[in-house]
Structures are given as structure tokens and as C-alpha cells.
Design a protein around this ligand. Sequence first.
Ligand code: CU
Length: 455
Amino acid sequence: MDRRRVTSLGSLTRVFVLLGAGVFLSPGVTAAQQKYKLPPTSVVPPDAKPNKKFVLVAKSGKIVIDEGVVFQAMTFNGTMPGPLLMVEEGDIVEIEVRNEDTIAHGLSFHATYRNTPPLVGNIPPGQTKKLLFRASYPGVYMYHCAPGGQGILMHSFGGMYGMVVVEPKQDKYRLERILGKKPDLKIYVLQHELYASGKDATEGRPLYVMFNGYNFRYVREPIQARPGDYVRVYYLNVGPNLTATFHLVGIVWDFMYYQGHPRNMMYGGQSSIAGPTDSWVVEFRVPEEGPYLIVSHSFGTQASRGAIGLLSASKKAQRVASVSAQGPQMPLPKAEEIRRVVDTFAPGTPDVDPVTVFRDGEEAVIKMVGNSFWPKVAQVTAGTRVSWVNEDTFDFLTGEMTGQHDVVSISGPETFALPLLKHAEKTSFTFKQPGVYEYLCTVHPYMKGRVRVHK
Ligand SMILES: [Cu+2]
């Protein structure tokens, strides 16, 4: 700006602005600032006595994610998402993490304002570790498995995550203050993606995107409410890849709070945008009877893939006080009732992992990407050289923490054990005997592939 043009009028304006700020703005801001007490971090002495305790058990297993659809998951406590953990601001919390699996796991706990990897970072099979912390900040947080390095990313694709809510003590949510009551209904919604392969996972092409562990879970069983109800939604987008826009058809939020902190308040709003691990608390009143769709407004990649629910309002609704973000615990269907098995890291049913046929005389190249082989099932004729190339770029560290892979036969007419590969390294084997060969990566034993060799 030309300084000569900043005349006495400019100076006068500045005086008014300063006066205005002093007279009208400062007292409010200052009062709020004065009232606000900066919380301590989460660091507590090792002998601090927890007033809340939780146990998270890491294990792998099959879970049901749709009618007749089974997912080979890595879980906390056998469900995906794992348990909904609720504490209050200021609580001293102990989380015991037991690894009952055959591979390393760990824990990353986003409500914790301290260095957690030395405490619960990498937990070998059979071991138990503990995290002790103060829940310093209110909000809606994610927790997930964190064995370290590449394993942190892969175990998130496997389904090891859940929601943590730290209820505020210092402040209240605005609608609670205005209405002078607690919510009639609390809905905890965790949005998450499932991938058919490590390749899809690293490319962000989900097979399913769901709320709380099951495709269209709340379309099948709508959440009940009554007109006039005060509803508070705790929404967390786990991802692990996609950004979501959470929306309720027919509702304008009265208030929304970014990350669930009561001070991060906005008025009104149709949707809340959430990248992976972003969260919101949104509050509204149920305006009248009727169905209200709960969706991720990313229609093609998310809503159509399972991220739709229903809030059903009627005067005589039998409503519950809260809807948990924990995945359902359903018995596995009988063998003949299983339509599909999805396994991100190993061959599932042929409809998700069809056979890729390589032509004669062509080099058959199988990629290793996202701790899975691609294609997972290959077909070649006898005498064909098959090559494996490692497309995983995180080739630091070792064990579950690395993206280095090898190729070792489990069964088949011939045996082979090919060397450990770093990123962009390649190895080959020529199959001479016809038959079906099953193989795995010994670093990540759940990473499996199959080669069918024809005459
Ligand atoms: Cu894990």
C-alpha cells in the first residue's frame, strides 16, 4: 500500500478498530480466555492410580460384514470396530493391550497427549503391555493397532480400530445448555473402509464402506427416535483412506463441534467433512415424524458401498439411550450360507479373487503390494517362469514393521523358498510340475498366494 495514502483517516480508522475491539470484543474474548484453563498433558507418574480401566485383546479371525459375507479380520476384542471406549475429561485411564495373536500388534491411542510407542508400540505375540494416561482433552478420537512401520498401515486395513470418546467436564455442549437436559439419544457412528486386496487398499478403492462394522447396518435395523428428541451424534471417519462428508437428510445441525471439542463450535450446517481420523459431534432436534437418512454424501465410493443408515422417528418409537460404535458380534454363517469371503491379504472366494491367466511365453509377474500378492491367484502352464516384484515402498525395519517380503511354498508338487525382497527387487521361479501351489511371505504369514500350473 502507498504509505502517503494512509492519511489521518487511516489512523482514525485504526483508532476506531482498536476502540471497538476494546469496548465490544475484548471483554468477551478475554473473559472466555480467562475462564479457559489449559489442560495438562497426558503424562502421569507410572504409579498413578487409574479410575478407568480397559482391556484390548488383539486377535485375528473371521467376522460377518453383510448377509453371507465374511471378512478375514484383525481385531480388538473380536469385533470390527473394536469396543467403544468412554471416559471423562481428567480421568486417569489404563489400557491393557493383550496380544493373543501369532503376529505382533500394538496400539496408537489418539486421545493420548504423550509418547505412546515405547509403552504399547510393538507387542510381540503372547505379550501384554499397558498404557497409562490422563484424558486431557474432550473429544471424539480414534484408536488403532500400531505394531510399528508398515504394520500400522496394514493392520488398519485389517480392521483394528475403534472410537474413544472423552466427555467434556470443563465445558458443556451448547444444545445441552440451551435445552437444559442430556440428549435423549446418543449415536456413535464410526465410518470405515474394507479392501479386497492390498493393491486396492494402497490405491484407495474400497470394496465396502460401512458404519459400525456392517454394510447398511442401520438400514436393516433403523435407529429409533421420537419427534422433539434431542440427538447427539459422535461421528468418526476412520478411513483409512477416504475423506467423507457426513450428512443427515432432512436435518440441519443446530450445532457442530470439530473433533468433538465443545469449544470448536459452529452454528447450523448440512454436513461435516472428515478426512481419515477426523471427527465431529453434531447436535440437532428431531423435527417431526419420518425416516431420516444417515449418509456419507460421497455417494458412489461410500454411500453406495454400505455407508447409509436410517434414523426412524415416530411418536411411539421404542428408543434406546445410545447406539454404540462397536461392530456387531454375529455367529458365522454355515458353510452353505457363505456367499463370499473377503481377505485383504490372502485369496478369498473366487468372485473377489478370480484366477488371472497368464499366456504362454509371457513372463508372469506377480506384485507384492500392501502386504498382499497381486494377482493373488495366478494360472500358468508348466515351464513358465513366474516373477515376484516388491511394490511396497516401506522397506525399512524388520518383521511386522517392514514392507519387505519373500516367497515360500506351503504346499504343491515342488517346494521353493525365494529370497527376501526390498522395494522394486524381483525374484523368479520356473514351475515345471503341474498342480496347485500355495505360498506365503514368511515375514507376514497371513500374506498368501496361489499358483495353478497346467500342463
Ligand atoms: Cu495389529
